[in-house]
Design a protein around this ligand. Structure first.
Ligand SMILES: [Zn+2]
Length: 536
C-alpha cells in the first residue's frame, strides 16, 4: 500500500505547511510552459502490484492491466520482487503477459516485510546504506526483470519507507524514474522534479490522485479530485497528474500487508491472514468504476496518458550537455552569492551541484572563453554525504591558496561526480556551500575585471535548497507497517544534503517522437489467450 491513505490527515496538514512556504514557486518562478490553448495535461496511471499473500489478487493484477489495454491506455505497474516470484510459482503466465504489455517498475523485494527499507537504512551512513540497499534489493530487481522479460523503468518505495541511500543502486540498474507519492522531498509547484539525477513523479500532492473504487461515492469523489487537478494544471499551462491504485483493493477492504506486518511485526508465511474480502457485487462494480474513470478522464480535452518511460522522454533533461554563455555563467555566479539552490539558465534549470560543477569548470578550464560547456557530461554530481562546518568561521585566503583548493576540488568532482563534504584551503576547511558562494564572487570578479580578487574572503553560503527536504517527524513516516512513533532524523539529514541535486523538471519543447499505439503487441495477445486456456 501507499502510506498516503494511512496518513491522509497528517498529509493534509503538512501539505498546507508546504503550500505556505515563503518560496512558493507555483506562480512566479515557474512560468507557464505553453499558452492556455496549448496547455496539455498528462496523466500517468500506476499500480503497485504487491499482494503476494493471496493468489486471488493475481486476477486483479491481470484485470487492472487488461482493462487499461482494452481502452488503449498505458499504465505503469510497479511490481514487488516476491509478487513477481509468486506469479511465477502460481503459473500465471497470462497475468505476467498482461502486465508486460505496459511499463514495468520495481517496488522493492519484499515491500512491507520488516525491516522495510527506511527501517534498515535508518541509522546507516551514506556509504553503508548504499551498499545495504543494493545487497537487499538486487535479487528482487533481477527477478522482476527476468519474469516480466523487460527492464523495470521506475521505482517507488513501499508505503512511506523512503530512503535517500537507495538511489545509487537504482541508477546503476538503469532505472530513470522515481514514481510514488510521499512528502520526503519535493518542490512547491506540485510537479515533476529531478533529484539525485532521477526524474521524480513524486510528492505532487494535489496533483496525485489515489483512485478509490470501493463504492459509487468513492468513484464520484475520485472524478471530482481529477477534475479539479485537471483544471488547475490547464490554467497553469499544463503538467502531470499522477493517478494510482493497488489491484488488491479491487478484492479486499484492507491492505494485506497491514493484516500481516502492521506495527512492524514479522508474521511468518504459515500464519499469514487475509484481509476482509469485498462481496462479488462490490468487486464487479469496482472494476466497472475503474473502467468508467478511465473513460471519464478520456473525455477531457488536450489530455494524454503516459507511462513512466514516456514521462522520461517528455521531461528529458537538456541541461547536462548544453554549453553556457559567459553572461549565463555570470548570472549563476551572482545567484550563488545570495542563495544556493537550483537556478534557471535560458530554457533549462541547473541544480546547486550542477552550478558548483559549472563554475568550477569555468574557472579551471574555460575562464578566458566566451562560452563554457558542455556542463557536466553524463550526470548530475551528487550531493555531499556528511554535513560540514567552515573552520575557522571567518577567513581570508590568498589567490594562490584558493587556486590550489579549486584545482583539488575540480579533480575530486571529475573523479567522483560528487560535491566534496569539505574543501581544504591550505590547513583550513570550508563547507561546500561557503566554498560555492566564494567561488561565485571569484567568478564574477574574474568576468568583470579579468582577474581574481586578492586576497579572497571566504563568504557564508546560504544553502536554501535544504528546504525541499521535509523536516523529520513521526508524521512524515506515518505508515502502519512501521513500529509506532518511527522516525528517522539521519535519513532526512542525508536527504537534505542531496537537495544539492534538486531542480524542477521541464517539459521538452517541441514534439518528441513516440510510437502511436503504446499498447499494441499482437504477438503477446495471442500468447496470452493460449496460455489462459491451459492455465485456468
Ligand atoms: Zn506499495
Amino acid at each position: 500500500m501507499s502510506g498516503i491513505d494511512a496518513a491522509e490527515n497528517n498529509g493534509n496538514m503538512r501539505l498546507q505547511k508546504l503550500n505556505n512556504s515563503p518560496l512558493d514557486l507555483r506562480n512566479e518562478t515557474f512560468p507557464s510552459q505553453q499558452t492556455a490553448e496549448q496547455a496539455k495535461v498528462y496523466v500517468l496511471i500506476w499500480f503497485d502490484v504487491e499482494d503476494y499473500y493471496s493468489p486471488e489478487s493475481d486476477d486483479a493484477d491481470m484485470k487492472a492491466a487488461e482493462l487499461a489495454s482494452s481502452l488503449g491506455v498505458p499504465v505503469t505497474l510497479k511490481v514487488v520482487g516476491e509478487k513477481a516470484r509468486a506469479l511465477e510459482r502460481h503459473g500465471r503466465r497470462d497475468a505476467i503477459a498482461a502486465l508486460s504489455r505496459h511499463d514495468i517498475g520495481y517496488h522493492s523485494d519484499w515491500h512491507s516485510r520488516p525491516p522495510t527499507i527506511a527501517a534498515y537504512l535508518r541509522n546507516m551512513s551514506w556509504e553503508e546504506g548504499v551498499r545495504e540497499f543494493e545487497r537487499r534489493e538486487t535479487q528482487g530487481f533481477k527477478d522482476v526483470q527476468r519474469i516480466f522479460g523487460k527492464d523495470p523503468i521506475c521505482f517507488g518505495q513501499p508505503g512511506f519507507s523512503w530512503a535517500p541511500q537507495s538511489y545509487p543502486a537504482l541508477k546503476k540498474w538503469g532505472i530513470g524514474v522515481y514514481l510514488d507519492e510521499a512528502l520526503h522531498v519535493g518542490l512547491p509547484d506540485e510537479q515533476p522534479f529531478w533529484y539525485q539525477g532521477m526524474l521524480h513523479i513524486f510528492n505532487l500532492r494535489r496533483n496525485t490522485i489515489k483512485m478509490e473504487f470501493g463504492s459509487a461515492g468513492d468513484f464520484r469523489q475520485t472524478c471530482r479530485l481529477f477534475r479539479s487537478a485537471y483544471h488547475r494544471l490547464k490554467e497553469r499551462g499544463g503538467g502531470v497528474i499522477s493517478v494510482f491504485y493497488h489491484p488488491q483493493e479491487f478484492l479486499y477492504r484492507d491492505f494485506q500487508d497491514v493484516v500481516n506486518f502492521g506495527g512492524g511485526i514479522n508474521t511468518p508465511p504459515e500464519a499469514w491472514q487475509q484481509a476482509e474480502r469485498r462481496t462479488p457485487q462490490e468487486i464487479r462494480s469496482g472494476y466497472e468504476h475503474y473502467k468508467n474513470f478511465i473513460q471519464f478522464m478520456q473525455s477531457h480535452e488536450q489530455l494524454s496518458f503516459i507511462s513512466a518511460g514516456r514521462a522520461l522522454q517528455l521531461y528529458a533533461d537538456r541541461a547536462l550537455r548544453r554549453s553556457f554563455s559567459r553572461d549565463e555563467v555570470l548570472e549563476l555566479a551572482r545567484g550563488v552569492q545570495s542563495a544556493i539552490t537550483f537556478q534557471a539558465a535560458g530554457q533549462v534549470y541547473l541544480s546547486a551541484s550542477e552550478i558548483f560543477y559549472l563554475l568550477a569548470k569555468w574557472m579551471v578550464t574555460h575562464s578566458n572563453d566566451s562560452r563554457c560547456g558542455p556542463l557536466t557530461g553524463p550526470r548530475t554530481p551528487s550531493g555531499p554525504t556528511r554535513p560540514a562546518q567552515t573552520e575557522p568561521a571567518e577567513m581570508t585566503v590568498s589567490r594562490a591558496e584558493f587556486e590550489r583548493a579549486l584545482r583539488d576540488v575540480w579533480s575530486f568532482l571529475e573523479e567522483s561526480q560528487q560535491i566534496p563534504n569539505a574543501i581544504w584551503i591550505d590547513t583550513r576547511h570550508v563547507s561546500p556551500a561557503d566554498f560555492l558562494a566564494t567561488l561565485g564572487e571569484v567568478v564574477e570578479h574574474q568576468i568583470k575585471n579579468g582577474a581574481q580578487p586578492h586576497p579572497i574572503s571566504v563568504r557564508e553560503g546560504n544553502f536554501t535548497a535544504a528546504q525541499y527536504a521535509a523536516q523529520d517527524s513521526p508524521a512524515l513516516w506515518a505508515w502502519p507497517i512501521f513500529p509506532e512513533g518511527f522516525h528517522a532524523p539521519n535519513l532526512m539529514q542525508l536527504a537534505q544534503l542531496q537537495t544539492w541535486t534538486i531542480k524542477p523538471a521541464k517539459l521538452s519543447p517541441g514534439p518528441v517522437p513516440w510510437p502511436t499505439d503504446e499498447c499494441e503487441e499482437t504477438e503477446i495477445k495471442e500468447e496470452v489467450s493460449g496460455v489462459r486456456e491451459t492455465a485456468r
